[in-house]
Write a protein that binds this ligand. Sequence first.
Ligand code: SAM
Length: 202
Amino acid sequence: METLQERGIKDLTVLRAFEQTPRHVFVPTGVRHRAYEDSALPIGNGQTISQPSIHARYLELLKLTGREKVLEVGTGSGYQTVLLAHLASQVFSIERIAPLLQGAREAIAKCGVRNVSLLLGDGTLGWREYSPYDAILVSAAAPSVPQPLVEQLAEGGRLLIPLGGQDVQTLAVLTRKNGQIHREDILPVRFVRLLGQHGWQG
Ligand code: SAM
């Protein structure tokens, strides 16, 4: 994972999770020869698997210790889901596109991780049944923070979400401390849209 280190990723547990997760399993055959480039790649249905260095930045910002219950919104290929499975205790992940979720389910099974639960649905509603979550990670861009996700964030928990317009957004980290939500803006990012009841409509 030299490239990630070259791009400033220092957290050794995060780097180890990348070493344990073969990215080629998560990309379509047509782009498999590019699986280890630091670039976003198409995964079908108009969606992308994000750039590894962006995944790594996300994971560093979550500061996981291995004991957390994590909610991921936007399973996509399932790659980040498996990275999270190596870094947290339990991972709950929601995807709204059925064929993507099916592909992710198969790829995740190939990696042999057993602490992942998947749901087909609108992730802007969260997954209330297993809340609260120590970390919530949204892999698509929203015009504003979906209120159900704020409600499902545990005390001391962190919510990462790209916020802004349809073309460019800011990656924001929201933290719940003493019941209050604090927001910190980290870096400009470019993600596909979060479509749903509390996201972009149509
Ligand atoms: N992290 C993923 C990976 O490793 O492949 C990439 C995710 S891709 C950038 C964003 C995903 O969010 C897409 O698969 C898209 O279908 C999904 N998405 C968008 N809106 C959603 C919603 N309301 N609920 C669940 N998934 C959603």
